[in-house]
Design a protein around this ligand. Sequence first.
Ligand SMILES: CC(C)(COP(=O)(O)OP(=O)(O)OC[C@H]1O[C@@H](n2cnc3c(N)ncnc32)[C@H](O)[C@@H]1OP(=O)(O)O)[C@@H](O)C(=O)NCCC(=O)NCCS
Length: 185
Amino acid sequence: MQSGTLRTERLELRPVRDEDIDRILEYRNLPAVTRWLLRTEVDPDAFRAAWRRAAEDPDDHSVAVTLDGLVIGTVSLDVLDGMGQPGMPQLTEADLGYIFDPAYGGRGYATEAVTAMVAHAFGRLSVRRITAGCFADNLASVRILEKVGMRREQHGVGDSWHAELGWVDGYTYALLAEEWRRGTR
Ligand SMILES: CC(C)(COP(=O)(O)OP(=O)(O)OC[C@H]1O[C@@H](n2cnc3c(N)ncnc32)[C@H](O)[C@@H]1OP(=O)(O)O)[C@@H](O)C(=O)NCCC(=O)NCCS
């Protein structure tokens, strides 16, 4: 998020600051967190640099999620072009991701934050379509995407490489703004 703060019932979503990075690194490389991520263990310096770049990118609306002032997770939202022929309106699609501290897992915080980001993307950023991908066996992630009303559009059989498991299945989810407004998903 380039500016501003979003508030939900229990959480605040605000831009990621330099001083958040050490706190995020306390959980980012734990095995419970990296198990179903594509970017597994991150190098602290490269991680810090990537967040700095993100903070300067006008199409990167990623946020830190705080509970009583403590960062407990991040939700990423990258606005990008979809696929299409010349003349296609640009920057109408957004890719969604989320990583939370397992110490705060299972209490609905990720669902609450992701729901707020979806509303922000459609309501404020004029995004037309949101997509998200996950390993099929990442059951908590699948549950979040389905709870926020996203549609499973692709089941990629054996399409995703997992460092310990080898080739496994992946899912792609999506939701259109008009569906979200109608509440039909
Ligand atoms: C995925 C993640 C964000 C979930 O965070 P969270 O705060 O626990 O999520 P919530 O509490 O909002 O919701 C989790 C849902 O998944 C369900 N769930 C969790 N583990 C599950 C499991 N092993 N099997 C089935 N359902 C599971 C919970 O019951 C809950 O659903 P419910 O509300 O219907 O009961 C968190 O585990 C995480 O950061 N994981 C590591 C990074 C990651 O995988 N990110 C996603 C990459 S696609």
